[in-house]
Ligand binder design. Structure first.
Ligand SMILES: Cc1ncc(COP(=O)(O)O)c(C=O)c1O
Length: 484
């Protein structure tokens, strides 16, 4: 399928050539190939420090690529079936923000599910776009939010025909996919762009028997966390463009906030990982899928746990399911997901990706081994034997339908006051509150603070969720918009 030689790694090659030339560095970084900071060099290794260099003619420039980065971008675009690929070094957060800010400006509307990552709503604060939320349906048994129904998206488009774009999670953290292809067709018919948050979807581009990836579905932009399931270094990501997006304009948007000192460690990790996935991805993700299936079967035999998968597919709110995701519901055990997460780490030295109120997620990707999964399975069995308790009073909901009173940017920048949590009922929040991960806001700037939301926050605190977002790190107070 590739038109280019996917074995090439132009950034890696340029770095190796540069290293062999033993150039005398009178430029930044000031550690000068590690010599100026022996302690750091000993910690990270000489190779790492020697390759931590800045932009220069033979290594190209991330903000304005004309040589090796340009070729690496072309190879990435070819591998992902995109018209263009940008190398991103400030996380998928920056890819998501660039997508939103390229599609919408001050006062423009964008249709999106509310169970988006905070980076999406952050982008609305930055650019002043107005969200039109399509509430995702819930699976009440599992306590997870599902995809957007096609009819709800259609309704939002009918009611807001001036919206510039639709944003879709593909998939969600838990593995749920909306009908991206149909949403894309609908959006294009209505003159709207389609932006896909594929922070959890890198493997969709390379594996088989997986949900459709955004570029194949015809989406206009996609943010792909190569550092999550793709194996590159933390913080490295791709922003992909479809055929009808102005690459030059998107680059200008990226450069509004992107560093002018792009890390070559991150850039080369993207280059090398792209080569690996393009040449071996099919086989790698076949193994990942096999491991996930194996673990699901074993976990479901333990009892009380429910490791869910494609049986959730219902043709609409769960149009498809990413079966590489090992999401496990823990509620029948009488334990919140976050409690199982804590026990796994504290008692068994096993770190899973996250635990929410009802689920844990073990993230499987290119680096996993079957024997580690066996350890996870036996730890879960032991936890059931030792910790199972009465499940009455367990809260399930992962999502509370928000009441948006004021657009996010206006709320964030308006005059505020700080109130104790119980006193904030009925007021409009001007900051975020979320459990991280998954980083889906419980409250976002501009939303009404209700009793139900405060009870949810108290419950999440009590269960040990890592709550982030507000100015007050202890979350005893909330910033609300000043009245009068
Ligand atoms: C759905 C989603 N989008 C975007 C991001 C942002 O990715 P990053 O942490 O690479 O900035 C995340 C992070 O977990 C995410 O879950």
């Amino acid at each position: 399928m590739s038109k280019l030689d996917q074995n090439r790694m132009p950034i890696q090659q340029a770095l190796l050539e540069f290293q062999s030339q033993r150039v005398v560095p009178f430029d930044v970084p000031g550690h000068k190939h590690g010599r100026g900071n022996p302690e750091l060099t000993q910690f990270l290794g000489e190779r790492c420090m020697e390759l931590d260099v800045n932009s220069m003619k033979p290594l190209d420039n991330l903000c304005h690529p004309v040589s090796v980065i340009k070729e690496a971008e072309e190879l990435a675009a070819d591998a992902f079936g995109a018209a263009h690929a940008f190398f991103m070094v400030n996380g998928t957060t920056s890819s998501v923000q660039a997508m939103v800010m390229s599609a919408a400006g001050q006062g423009d509307k964008i249709i999106l599910p509310r169970n988006v990552h905070r980076s999406v709503i952050n982008a609305l604060i930055l650019c002043g776009a107005i969200p039109v939320y399509v509430n995702p349906e819930m699976d009440h048994r599992l306590g997870i939010s599902l995809g957007m129904t096609l009819s709800a998206v259609e309704k939002a488009m009918r009611e807001h025909p001036e919206a510039k774009a639709v944003l879709v999670n593909n998939p969600t953290y838990y593995g749920i996919c909306s009908n991206l292809k149909a949403i894309t067709e609908l959006a294009h018919k209505n003159g709207m762009l389609v932006l896909a948050d594929e922070a959890h979807g890198t493997h969709l581009y390379f594996g088989e028997n997986l949900p459709i990836c955004a570029m194949k579905a015809g989406a206009d932009m996609a943010s792909v966390s190569m550092h999550k399931s793709g194996g590159s270094l933390t913080q490295s990501s791709f922003l992909l463009l479809g055929d009808n997006v102005n690459e030059g304009y998107v680059r200008q948007i990226i450069n509004l906030t992107q560093t002018t000192s792009g890390s070559y460690l991150l850039l080369s990790s993207l280059d090398i990982s792209r080569k690996k996935l393009a040449t071996e991805g099919k086989q790698i993700f076949r193994q990942v899928l096999d491991m996930a299936e194996y673990a699901r079967e074993e976990i479901n035999q333990i009892g009380d746990y429910y490791a869910y998968s494609r049986e959730l597919i219902n043709g609409d709110t769960v149009f498809d399911f990413d079966a590489t995701k090992l999401s496990v519901n823990t509620l029948e055990l009488g334990l919140a997901g976050i409690e199982v997460y804590d026990i796994l780490r504290d008692e068994y030295d096993i770190q899973v990706e996250f635990g929410d109120l009802g689920n844990i997620l073990a993230y499987l990707s290119v680096g996993d081994r079957r024997r580690d999964l066996e350890r996870l399975v036996s730890a879960l069995a032991e936890i059931r034997r030792n910790y199972k308790r009465d499940k009455t009073g367990m809260l399930r909901a992962e999502y509370i339908t928000p009441i948006v009173a004021v657009p996010p940017q206006r709320a964030f920048y308006s005059e505020k006051e700080s109130l104790l949590l119980p006193q904030s009922t009925g007021r409009i929040c001007s900051e975020f509150v979320m459990c991280y991960p998954p980083g889906i806001p419980i409250l976002a700037p501009g939303e009404l603070i209700t009793k139900e939301i405060l009870e949810y926050i108290e419950y999440a605190k009590e269960k040990g969720c890592f709550l982030t977002g507000p100015e007050d790190l202890e979350l005893t107070r909330l910033n609300v918009i000043k009245e009068g």
